[in-house]
Design a protein around this ligand. Structure first.
Ligand SMILES: NC(=O)c1ccc[n+]([C@@H]2O[C@H](COP(=O)([O-])OP(=O)(O)OC[C@H]3O[C@@H](n4cnc5c(N)ncnc54)[C@H](O)[C@@H]3O)[C@@H](O)[C@H]2O)c1
Length: 458
């Protein structure tokens, strides 16, 4: 019978690998947890006081465990040799070339990792898919890992991560569920039980779901597709509200009171962002097309299309409200991160909106408490954009404010002072419906929420 030591390795120190492993080390001082990455700067940042990922509560978790039983390193091969339980949390972005371009998952990082594990293992290992992958990826991995006939065996488990950025630590502490997929063989079940034991250190047994490998891989894609679908559904209805004087807040509340529907994730907005929703749905769409399920593929693809439509609709509403020209107007984007409490801007709706405003020859001023460095990278080829950390200074002399991210701090700004410093008529476009629209209107703003009647002075 294979014996494993439960020293844990994670390959990939990104938004998922870093916080997840830091949390396991924090909760389980009896394990030694190592996180490796090819990116030297990232590892250096994990070893510094300025972590590469902003997450509320993460600093404390890392400070407690780092150097005690949590280690960040670039020595991947050595770490593979020394650890028997290996999580793989490398990136799986959308393919940008060849077959499946723009749709399928790019598995080159994942496959490279599998080969590295194969080449540097002299004893049996459990390899755990933490990355989000197309269904049946574990089968391909098994084939790669079994290609060396040297007596070393590998068990592949699927253990997708459901944390949400911005609440990662709370989600890790108290997950709705942990999902573990395995083969239904003796060694598959044994490997699964090793992973169950790790989570049992803090997760109640009834929240740990075990399934076959393929159900687990597919469940992650489907969970993200359902979440994104809810956002696209409410956003689609917000467009109808704007035509009919219905109020999306009232509609969402009335609909959400139905316990079969529930009231969460029903906020109309400029659309979803983040590295996962779009890529995972496109991956699902690609899988459906691969299996000849065109109707199913079309159905899910509409979720992404509505999200694009919502961002463009927001820009067109701005243009329309501001007398059909934005040329030379200063527009302040309040927030740039794809959601509050993160500095991550991957697929942030603000990227598209900033580019479109710049195309209309507006002068765009961007403010965000955590995401300005990423915003500068995202927009480095776009002219007419400036950056300012202080929201009051950012708004000075602007014709309009547009809320891009639901940061709590934007609710508490003194909008009278801001109004006084702006060009008149002054506009607010609330892309997250977080502000007190009545108050803003009283202050003098022309207010354009999403899916609600506008409050204008003309
Ligand atoms: N970001 C999220 O909120 C989230 C949530 C759930 C699941 N996921 C999934 O988790 C996976 C990782 O996402 P992320 O946001 O952490 O990505 P990320 O890009 O932040 O991190 C991935 C890391 O893997 C490293 N890497 C790539 N190839 C490597 C190799 N061969 N050896 C060592 N390191 C390597 C990269 O340098 C990078 O630091 C993806 O599949 C994603 O879909 C992400």
């Amino acid at each position: 019978m294979t014996m494993y030591n439960t020293n844990i390795l994670c390959i990939g120190a990104g938004y998922v690998g870093g916080p997840t492993m830091a949390f396991i080390a924090y909760k389980c001082p009896h394990y030694r947890v190592t996180v490796v990455d090819v990116n030297r700067e990232r590892i250096a940042a994990w070893n510094s006081d300025s972590l590469p990922v902003y997450e509320p509560g993460l600093d404390k978790v890392v400070r407690t465990a780092r150097g005690r039983n949590l280690f960040f390193s670039t020595e991947i091969e050595k770490a593979i040799q020394e650890n028997d339980v290996i999580f793989v949390s490398v990136n799986t972005p959308t393919k940008t070339f060849g077959v499946g371009e723009g749709m399928a998952a790019d598995l080159q990082y994942w496959e490279r990792t599998a080969r590295q594990i194969l080449n540097h293992s002299s004893n049996s290992k459990i390899v755990i898919e933490k990355s989000t992958l197309p269904v049946k990826t574990a089968l391909a991995m098994e084939r790669i890992l079994k290609s060396n006939n040297n007596g070393v065996s590998f068990d592949i488990l699927s253990n997708p991560e459901f944390l949400a950025e911005g609440t990662a630590i709370a989600d890790l502490e108290n997950p709705d569920r942990v999902l573990i997929g395995s083969r239904d063989t003796e060694s598959g079940i044994r490997a699964r039980d090793v992973l169950v034991e790790i989570y049992l250190n803090w997760v109640p047994r009834e929240r740990i779901l075990t399934t076959n490998t393929w159900s687990s891989e597919l469940s992650k894609l489907v969970a993200n597709a359902f979440l994104a679908q809810r956002i696209s559904s409410i956003n689609a209805v917000s467009a109808l509200c704007e035509k009919t004087d219905a109020d999306i807040g009232e509609v969402a509340r009335a609909v959400g009171f139905d316990s079969r529907i529930g009231n969460r994730f029903l906020n109309a907005s400029i659309g979803f962002g983040g590295s996962c929703f779009k890529k995972d749905i496109l991956n699902l769409v690609y899988l459906c097309r691969t299996y000849g399920l065109e109707e199913v593929a079309d159905y899910w693809e509409r979720v992404v299309r509505i999200n694009e439509y919502q961002k463009e609709r927001f820009v067109l509403n701005m243009l329309n409200a501001m007398f059909n020209t934005l040329a030379g107007k200063r527009i302040c984007l309040l927030g740039f991160a794809f959601k509050a409490d993160t500095g991550d801007t991957r697929e942030a709706p603000a990227i598209y909106i900033a580019k479109r405003l710049a195309e209309e020859k507006a002068e765009v001023v961007i403010t965000d408490p955590k995401a300005l460095p990423n915003a500068m990278l995202d927009l480095n080829k776009v002219t007419g954009v400036t950056y300012e950390i202080d929201p009051y200074k950012a708004a000075e002399g602007c014709d309009a404010l547009a809320i891009m991210t639901e940061w709590g701090l934007y609710k508490g700004l003194d909008y009278r002072t801001i109004y006084d410093s702006m060009t008149k008529p002054a506009f607010v476009f609330d892309g997250r419906n977080i502000l007190d629209h009545q108050h803003l209107h009283e202050v003098g703003f022309n207010v354009f929420p999403i899916g609600k009647p506008a409050l204008a002075h003309f």
